[in-house]
Design a protein around this ligand. Sequence first.
Ligand SMILES: N[C@@H](CCC(=O)N[C@@H](CS)C(=O)NCC(=O)O)C(=O)O
Length: 229
Amino acid sequence: MIKLYFHHTPNPVKVAIMLEETGLAYDVIGVDMYKGDQHAPDYRAINPNGKVPAITDDGITVFDSNAILLYLAEKTYRFTGTAAERPAMLSWLMFTASGLGPFTGQAVHFTQAHTDSSYATHRYSREVERHLTVLEKRLAAVPYLAGSSYTIADIAAWAWVDYLVRTGFVLSGAAGPARWPQVLRWHQDISARPAVERARAVGKSLTLKSAVDEQTMRALFPQNFEGAL
Ligand SMILES: N[C@@H](CCC(=O)N[C@@H](CS)C(=O)NCC(=O)O)C(=O)O
């Protein structure tokens, strides 16, 4: 049985969606990243990068959400798109893995956690907007990122766009619908999928820490603490 190492944040949610879409059986194991569970030796043996998500699947271990999406797509032969769509699927999956995801993470960090760098706040926020505009142009031409088929590239990008919608970071303001109507159309379309609705509920029964205190700051931002890495 697959074990999903989870916290309710965008990267693990991608994997929950894929597991729900494919109907594979899985158990959810909470990794309380506000307490620093991601750095525990037992968890580092599963994900040496000390982040969520990771999965184990009968002796196989896979870490990094995008690698897990590819692994599950290859395991089930689902959500890869047609043969003709596969190159586009890979391109858009990596667009999220190396661009939309990391830049959004940095934008949120500098806007909400460390507001003392206006240069960094500006740079990453503008990069989020630029990534949304790249998505907008693609989704004005095709219904899904790979083309006609809903694929793991959509699942990966949706998790970050959903985060931007829910937190109101960029998309909720008056400018959002005017600037990125196709992104919002695509977001609503995917949000209505039953598997996505079920994935939103994954991990809700876990008791995870919500308070942000020094333990949390040390767990999430060890580079800011001498000798913590
Ligand atoms: N490239 C990795 C990034 C994983 C990642 O940054 N996960 C965040 C949650 S969305 C995390 O574990 N944060 C805890 C930490 O950085 O200590 C992936 O896609 O899985």
